[in-house]
Design a protein around this ligand. Sequence first.
Ligand SMILES: Cc1ncc(COP(=O)(O)O)c(C=O)c1O
Length: 369
Amino acid sequence: MSALQPVPFLQLSDEYEALEAEWFAAIRESGHSGRFILGPHVQAFEHDAAAVLGTKHAIGVANGTDALVLSLRALGIGPGDEVITTPYTFFATVEAILQVGATPVFVDIQPGSFVIDAAQIPDRITSRTRAILPVHLFGCPADMGAIMGIAHDHDLRVIEDAAQAFGAKVADKSVGSIGDAGCFSFYPTKVLGCYGDGGMVTMDNEALAGRIRHLRNHCATEPFIHDGAGYNSRLDEIQAALLSIKLRNVDEAIAGSRRVADTYDELLSAVDVVRPARPRYGEHVFNLYTIRTAWRDAVRKALTDNGIASSVCYPKPLHLQEVCRSLGYAAGDLPVAEQLATEALSLPIFPGMTEAQIERVCRAIRQVL
Ligand SMILES: Cc1ncc(COP(=O)(O)O)c(C=O)c1O
């Protein structure tokens, strides 16, 4: 690659070209069969995803946000209930809690890994706390051993936001298979992404699976008969067909991103940036490679000047955003999240990223630091 070619944040087109023919064949088959909603492709994908993740059930839904909303509702969480979560995540995590009428209670994050600091959770538990909603952020698993212990001691439900972390592990368990429910997003940029919107909830509990299936399909008990107000939230056949194809190669994709992360770690080891921590209790899948530097804006400008994309995930912690104003948090309440929001910078990462591209990114960073 010439020095002048841009380095994208993410490259989806190579993968698309490799699987286009197989996907189009599946789409044609759906077209000819006339089965577009909750048909054989969704069933096959749900079966295969559950097997890969090690859960009894996997239920396709319309997107990752709905996966969270349906899980909260199916667990009976609503007005008057508190849900402990992180302020440092994509807004959908907190939006889902607000949508069901519950109250998010924020706990600060760990500076190395960006995930919720489990040691601080017990201090925030009240008589109204019903659940803990950890986020496996950027592909880094939260400390599920500690979180499950706290949940057990206080009789709390655990909903894992695994939107960014398909395939990440805690000990030998996949994220999404540890708590009461695991929520996945198949937004195109995710570890396992489709070419549109999609999501999934995983669980072992049969009754919970039944409630989520019921909620995703308008609370229908039989055609045109309803016993509640649910959602139209179904994964569609065309995306499910694609996800089944991509699922077969997801380990390879994860290995590709890990290779990029390893090279970044090596090339940035002598540079004055904080590299993302790898948890001792599990395996990171590097959906994002997010460094920390006090010179974030200067580094970002150098990257942009060199034609290299980057992203600030996330610029403002949620407890300080307008939408959470009524919760009463103030600047200084969650110092680690607030500090990291000024320092975090996500670098380009995708499975087919070349060594030359990685080197260009690191060279541009070294120009500043
Ligand atoms: C941590 C996290 N939770 C939830 C979601 C919501 O997923 P979706 O965009 O599929 O609704 C996302 C997606 O960006 C996410 O990153």
